[in-house]
Structures are given as structure tokens and as C-alpha cells.
Design a protein around this ligand. Structure first.
Ligand code: FAD
Ligand code: NAI
Length: 482
């Protein structure tokens, strides 16, 4: 039997980060992983999907933008098998990097599937042996898995989750994607750019409802249409049958039954936490009605020696949230006086263009009691760098409290939104006012200038845009700071 100060279960961006931080803090640490170091994120999630998105964008630009720039590329050809091989090499490299980091920090890596026997003991089963692991503290970071719906069992062949979709070595001619959320939209965008005909069946009345700013979503919806992606709202897929090499999918769309044909079916209707596994209920760990392990602001479950982080510990199911909670849990275990106090978890949807947000949506600001808001937008079409990149679709929208000019939310749709949003995160965390962004010198010519001009626009005086005087009261701009 092995005994540790800390035992982490699951080596995703929650688990491996928790293990490294625990070891850095001088704790004898083990990490148990049943499948792949780096978890969903590095192996079948964030990294492979972004690799495919990058490649598809590259192809699309070579086909559609390069000729406008006078670059005529002849004989462009897609080798899907090679592309998937390259994507896998990216994942393998990242996963190997995690292994080196864990070993370099003297974290013991145990391969196998863990299950709690008691609140202080785990059984780990692998093809080689079964062992018992004891620890003073456990950090559960076992993540989530795709949800299936009646009539559609995920077999990663006929009906694929994101995992199967990312591994397809042949580009399907026609794809039906059930669920137009994060995964559905990211995968639909890249498949359409690679050359598939894509139809999305979305149960809701709009894309990304309640998740992203409505104006931002409209820009992406327009681009999806341009890419040939058809979206059906109010659509519930019921079942499918094989017809030759293709499938016929029956779905209720706005109350009437319709049939869709496709060569692959992608099921992307959400993910659920893996809290029904590894004996958590048997040892009395409390789990909420949505399946998330209940934790306090220090990521502790109802058992004081068991912590939970990442996808299993609640929304949003995002890698950076998992890693943030990981460091917090490790530091709490090491005796640091910390609680979860992040003001915002940024979110990025890697569509074309990308959508990124930090802070509150307009409706959330109102629900939180901010009745007088200043809202401003600055378009990428007025930014020299965006135009010179031929990627000038979209805008940055800022929302501030009109009484104080304190920034409440930033919503970006446009080029490099994923990178631009970090400035907004810092601003919101520091309680910045619009003037802090407007008066910070941003280098030219960069997409970052759009952030400065969006702040100026919200104050009513962007330079590269004609603006009407602001009606709302409150501090008016830089002079109000003196
Ligand atoms: P995971 O990464 O799921 O890791 C859990 C690990 O625990 C797994 O390796 C699993 O094998 C292991 N495990 C489970 N049970 C046991 C057990 N009993 N014993 C031993 N090991 C066990 N998020 C972003 O922030 N940005 C993105 O761009 C993004 N893109 C995504 C794209 C896709 C296609 C998908 C599916 C997800 C994406 N996500 C993205 C979400 C992100 O992957 C998750 O939020 C993140 O991986 C959660 O990290 P985690 O450590 O909680 O769990
Ligand atoms: P999701 O929750 O983002 O979207 C699911 C969509 O499916 C919703 O629009 C929902 O209305 C729809 N839906 C639900 N049931 C349906 C049904 N029966 N028929 C048709 N539509 C239905 O879930 P998704 O896309 O599976 O992603 C899971 C999670 O993974 C995300 O919520 C996010 O946390 C994470 N993720 C993050 C990414 C990023 O950060 N860029 C990328 C991919 C995933």
C-alpha cells in the first residue's frame, strides 16, 4: 500500500495542475489517470479541436482570401488522414509535456482506474495489478463525458461525440450535427471549411442562448450561413436509420416531422460530470441534482479531506476554470488562506469569427441591479490591423456602470477575440473603469487598439468612428478622472 499527502484523481487541466502545485508546495503527491495525461482537454477536447480549426481556417483563407491578395495557389488538396495525424502529433506532444512536468516535479504517476473504498482509501485497477492508495487529502478531478439522447447511442462511428468527430480520417460529404452549442458550432465551422455540407439541429430558438452576447452570435450566424451551414431551430432529433452508406435522421422541427440525410451524425448536446463513477456516492460525497459534486469556496466537499475541481465541480466546464480551482485546492491543502474569489471566468467559442467574453451579459447586469448602463461598440472594420489581415468582421462591445464607469462586461466577436479578452479579464478583476482602458496607450497597428477604442466609444468619443453625444449621465471621460 502506498501513502501520500495528496492524491489527485484524473490528469486533465484540473488534476495535473493540482498535482504539480501540490508537489511545488512540498507535499508528497500522486496522480492517478485511467486513459491519457492531459485529460479531455489535451487529448480529445481543447487542443485537437483548435488544431483542426486552425488547419481549416488556413485552407479556407488560401482558397478564398489569398486570390484577393494576388496569391493564386494552384492544386490545393486536403489529405484528411495526414491532417488528423498532424492533429494527433500536437496532442501527443502536449500530453508528453505534462508527463515531463509531473515527473520533473516528483509527482508519482499511477496508471489505472480509481475507486473510493473509504474516505481515505482508493483502489486502483489496471491491466497489470490492483493496488490500494492512501492519502491525507484527495483531489477529485475526473471531468465529464458527452451526453447521449434516446435513439442516438454514441458509438464513435455512426453517431460520434466530439471525440469521434475529431478522429475522422475521411471527410464526410454530409454531416448532421445535433446541438448547436460550443462543440457543435466549433466542429461545424471547421468541417464546413474543409468541404463538408453541414446541417445543425438545435433544440433552442437561437444559437448559444444565454451563453454569449446576442449581437456577437448574430455575426457568427451570418458567417455560418456564408459557409453553407444550415441551422434548424426548435429541432429535436428522434431516431435514425441506415440507408445504404448514409443515414436518415427523423427530427421534429417546430412541431412537424422532417427527415435529414447524412453520412455522419454528430451528437453535441452537452456534457455531464463523471460523478456517478468511482464510488463517490457510496462514501457519502454530496452531489447536486445536475450531477456536480458540491464544493465550498475552497473546493472542499462535505468530507473535509476530499476536494473536487474542474468539470466535476460545476459550471462553467472550461479548462482554465479547472486549472484555477486546481491551484486553489492545492494551496488550501498546503495551509494557505485562500477562497475562490475570481470575478469572472472568461469564455471563448472558437467559431469564425471567434466569440470571447468576460464579465456580465447586458441582461445579467440588469438582473444584478445595474439599471443605468453605458454600452459602447467599436467595429474591427475601423481598425487598420484587422483590415490589413482581411479579418475585419465583428466588434468589441463594452458594458459599464454609468454611475462609476466601472467595467462590467466585455463581449468580443472578431479576429483573435480569444487573445484580446485577457485584457478585459485583468480590467474586470482590478475593478477598472472605462478610462483605464481608454487612457492606456495601445500599440499601433494592432487589434488591441480596438479595446482602447471600444472604451472610448463607450465614453462617447472614439476617434475612428462618428458618434452621437451620449445621453446617459455619469462620468464623461478622461477629464472626469482629475
Ligand atoms: P478532464 O480534462 O475531463 O480530465 C479528467 C481526467 O480524469 C481524464 O483524463 C479521465 O481519463 C480521468 N479519469 C476519470 N475518471 C477516472 C478514474 N476513476 N480514475 C482515474 N482517472 C479517471 N475548454 C476550454 O476552456 N477551452 C476550449 O477550447 C475547450 N474546447 C473543448 C473542446 C471539446 C471538443 C471538448 C469536449 C471540451 C472542450 N473544453 C474546452 C472543455 C475542457 O476540455 C474541459 O473543461 C476540461 O478538460 C476539464 O478539465 P478536468 O481536469 O476537469 O477534466
Ligand atoms: P453546450 O451546452 O455548449 O451546447 C449544447 C447545445 O445542444 C445547446 O445549444 C442545446 O440547446 C442543444 N441541445 C440540447 N439538447 C438537444 C436536443 N435533444 N436536440 C438538439 N439540440 C439540443 O454543449 P456542448 O457543445 O456539448 O459542449 C459541452 C461543454 O464543453 C460546453 O458547455 C463547454 O463548457 C465545453 N466546451 C468549451 C469549448 C470552449 O471553451 N471553446 C469548446 C467545446 C466545449
Amino acid at each position: 500500500m502506498s501513502k501520500y499527502d495528496v492524491c489527485v484523481i484524473g490528469a486533465g487541466p484540473g488534476g495535473y495542475v493540482a498535482a504539480i502545485r501540490s508537489a511545488q508546495l512540498g507535499l508528497k503527491t500522486a496522480i492517478i489517470e485511467r486513459e491519457y495525461l492531459g485529460g479531455v482537454c489535451l487529448n480529445v477536447g481543447c487542443i485537437p479541436s483548435k488544431a483542426m480549426i486552425t488547419a481549416a481556417h488556413f485552407l479556407h483563407r488560401a482558397q478564398h482570401d489569398a486570390p484577393t491578395m494576388g496569391i493564386n495557389i494552384k492544386g490545393i488538396d486536403l489529405d484528411m488522414k495526414k491532417l488528423v495525424g498532424w492533429k494527433q502529433s500536437v496532442c501527443d506532444r502536449m500530453s508528453k509535456g505534462v508527463e515531463q512536468l509531473l515527473k520533473g516535479n516528483k509527482v508519482e504517476i499511477i496508471s489505472g482506474e480509481a475507486k473510493f473504498k473509504t474516505t481515505s482509501q482508493l483502489e486502483v485497477k489496471s491491466s497489470k495489478e490492483n493496488i490500494i492508495v492512501e492519502a491525507d487529502k484527495f483531489i477529485v478531478a475526473t471531468g465529464s463525458r458527452p451526453i447521449a439522447i434516446p435513439g442516438f447511442d454514441i458509438d464513435e462511428n455512426e453517431v460520434c461525440s466530439s471525440t469521434g468527430a475529431l478522429a475522422m480520417e475521411t471527410l464526410p460529404k454530409k454531416v448532421v450535427v445535433i446541438g448547436g452549442g460550443y462543440i457543435g458550432l466549433e466542429i461545424s465551422s471547421y468541417l464546413a471549411k474543409l468541404g463538408s455540407e453541414v446541417e445543425i439541429l438545435e433544440a433552442g430558438k437561437s444559437l448559444l442562448a444565454g451563453v454569449a452576447d446576442k449581437d456577437c452570435v448574430q455575426v457568427v450566424a451570418r458567417k455560418l450561413k456564408k459557409l453553407g451551414v444550415k441551422v434548424h431551430f426548435g429541432a429535436f432529433a428522434k431516431n435514425y436509420k441506415k440507408k445504404g452508406k448514409s443515414f436518415e435522421i427523423s427530427a421534429e422541427v417546430d412541431g412537424s416531422m422532417k427527415t435529414f440525410t447524412s453520412d455522419k451524425i454528430l451528437l453535441t448536446v452537452g456534457r455531464k460530470p463523471n460523478s456517478d463513477e468511482m464510488g463517490l456516492k457510496d462514501i457519502g460525497v454530496q452531489i447536486d441534482e445536475r450531477g456536480f459534486v458540491k464544493v465550498d469556496p475552497q473546493m472542499r466537499t462535505n468530507h473535509p479531506n476530499i476536494f473536487a475541481i474542474g468539470d466535476i465541480a460545476g459550471q462553467p466546464m472550461l479548462a482554465h476554470k479547472a486549472s484555477h480551482e486546481a491551484v486553489l485546492a492545492a494551496e488550501v491543502i498546503a495551509g494557505h488562506n485562500r477562497v475562490y474569489d475570481a470575478k469572472t471566468v472568461p469564455a471563448v467559442i472558437f467559431t469564425d469569427p471567434e466569440i470571447a467574453s468576460a464579465g456580465m451579459l447586458e441582461e445579467e447586469c440588469k438582473a444584478a441591479g445595474y439599471n443605468d448602463l453605458k454600452i459602447g461598440k467599436f467595429p474591427f472594420a475601423a481598425n487598420g490591423r484587422a483590415v490589413s489581415m482581411m479579418e475585419a468582421e465583428g466588434f468589441i462591445k463594452m458594458i459599464a456602470d454609468a454611475k462609476t464607469n466601472i467595467l462590467l462586461g466585455v463581449h468580443i466577436v472578431g479576429p483573435e477575440a480569444s487573445n484580446l479578452i485577457s485584457e478585459a479579464v485583468l480590467a474586470i478583476e482590478m475593478g477598472a473603469r472605462l478610462e483605464d482602458l481608454a487612457l492606456s496607450i495601445h500599440p499601433h497597428p494592432t487589434l488591441g487598439e480596438t479595446m482602447m477604442e471600444a472604451a472610448e466609444a463607450t465614453l462617447g468619443h472614439a476617434i475612428h468612428m462618428i458618434q452621437k453625444p451620449l445621453k446617459s449621465k455619469g462620468p464623461a471621460g478622461p477629464s472626469a478622472r482629475a
